[in-house]
Design a protein around this ligand. Sequence first.
Ligand code: ZN
Length: 249
Amino acid sequence: MRYAVFSDVHGNLEALGAVLDFCHASRVDGHICCGDVVGYGPNPEECLGLIRQLKNLHIVCGNHDLAVIGRIDVEWFNPYARAATLWTRAALSDGSRLYLENLTARLDLPDFTVVHGTPRRPADEYMLSVAQFKNNMSRVKAWPLFCGHSHMPVSFHCTAEGKVETYFIEDHQCVTGDVAPYGIVPVAYNPGSVGQPRDHDKRASCALWDREARTFQVFRFAYDVAATQAKIRSAGLPEYLALRLAYGQ
Ligand code: ZN
């Protein structure tokens, strides 16, 4: 069984289109979305519409999704994120708002776990360090853990000796930190960001997880960044949100 794993779409329809074309061509059996479908980008409604139709979809909400529906105070956000949140609030239909309101921040499934940030603080803690991974290990029942939020394709893997190794995962690189018995070895995978990569590679990022082979492979896709930038500008969203897409940061 193969799953497409993706995160942090952030209302970027051109980037999402590139990723979903690949998912369809790869004939995946299911989809795992680690949250933040909306916020920052100019097409939140359209992105939600596409994602809601995906088969066998396992999705959690992220901090931007929660801010848009008023469950996180935008005063905590930087000015660009705050402006985008308020714009997105006005751009969403009632149906999309309701969909976001019904998302959970954490999914505990028999074969894997999904959060946006970390198991300890699913919506908003960044999983960036070995210490954070270790501190969160006891809170996971089924491995692997899939997370997003940092917008970086990365893995954390606890070896048999109890040492945690981390890897930044390059385009087409396949990692497997997860040997039998399935679901026991602590390993976390972040597929990077579809709509706003921050690893200095502007291409949209996603991954395929093969449940039986226990592999996680990252893929990057060029998309029409200029088209997304033009939409950001014509929507009146902050210029910085358009510029950063060209640099992948
Ligand atoms: Zn995000």
